[in-house]
Design a protein around this ligand. Structure first.
Ligand code: MG
Length: 291
């Protein structure tokens, strides 16, 4: 290989380029970072010992604010016997059988899950996780165990969640003797529909979710044709009955739809609480297209 001959002219040009680069860098360093925007003051309201909000938008029913502490608490039901730790049906996709979380990935990074697996149980930590596979209409079974937490109330007690298509949250929370705003209680479609009843078992005990979910449908220009629907049984008790979901579930805002495809991952939330999960399986569900 022949080396280029460095003439004085080339050298001066190189020096000029180097100088320009250095000035550019100095310019960049001289920029002071923009001051962070002051966060808007968020005002919690407490009604009858329930923390929530009344400075949020109204729900479409016009009766309650999103996360309204005045919205009636779901009536408490003592659960009966139900099948837990039951083997998955033969056609189910097993998402966690107690051994590893190889069917899951970190929701934010797409990398390995930061959750811990111990004694056949997955413990939430650090980030949300989601399945590597995507699913459409489905039947989902999972079991969760709330931690025993002292001095933690409302949304701070055992918060997690099951996100269908990675975006529609069925709340996981410890609502055993722990009132919170009804649209954020255990089994709520978060921020939209409270559970029909409070079927919570005490923290430290295993509980089941059995969920039937139908994906939403959009036309080619992204307009909603049919909403997503969800039926949820908690500990064998119906807490959502073929309830229409109003769109993406988020904090302090009513649901609204983002057009999505016909499948999505199942995600589990990490919300600064160590919630245990086990026996997670899903059955993709066919839909009879006949009217
Ligand atoms: Mg949650």
């Amino acid at each position: 290989m022949k080396y280029p001959i460095i003439t004085p002219m080339l050298r001066s040009q190189a020096l000029l380029i180097l100088a320009a680069l250095l000035i550019g860098r100095a310019g960049l360093h001289a920029q002071t970072p923009a001051a962070p925007e002051p966060r808007p003051k968020i005002k919690e309201t407490v009604i009858n010992g329930v923390e929530g909000f009344q400075d949020t938008p109204m729900q479409p029913d016009g009766l309650w604010h999103v996360h309204d502490p005045a919205r009636p608490q779901p009536p408490i039901v003592k659960t009966g016997e139900f099948s837990e730790k039951a083997p998955a049906p033969s056609d189910a996709v097993v998402l966690f059988d107690g051994h590893d979380l190889s069917q899951w990935q970190d929701k934010k990074t797409g990398g390995p899950v930061p959750w811990n697996v111990r004694d056949g149980v997955a413990i939430s930590a650090k980030d949300d996780i989601q399945t590597t596979q995507s699913f459409g209409d489905l039947q989902l079974h999972l079991e969760f165990r709330e931690p025993v937490l002292h001095g933690r109330y409302g949304q701070d007690r055992g918060n997690s969640g099951v996100f269908l298509m990675g975006r529609y949250e069925i709340q996981v929370l410890d609502c055993y003797h722990n009132p919170t705003y009804a649209d954020g209680a255990t089994g709520a479609i978060y921020g939209q529909h409270p559970p029909l009843v409070n079927a919570c078992r005490p923290p430290g005990e295993w509980q089941t979710y059995d969920i039937l979910f139908n994906v939403p449908h959009f036309d080619d220009s992204g307009h909603l044709l049919t909403p997503a629907y969800v039926t949820v049984l908690q500990n064998g008790v119906v807490v959502q009955n073929h309830q229409a979901i109003r769109g993406d579930t988020n904090w302090r805002v009513p649901g609204s739809y983002t057009p999505v495809g016909s499948t999505g991952p199942i995600a589990l939330q990490y919300h600064n609480n160590s919630v245990a999960f086990r026996n997670i399986w899903v059955r993709p569900m066919a839909v009879d297209q006949e009217p």
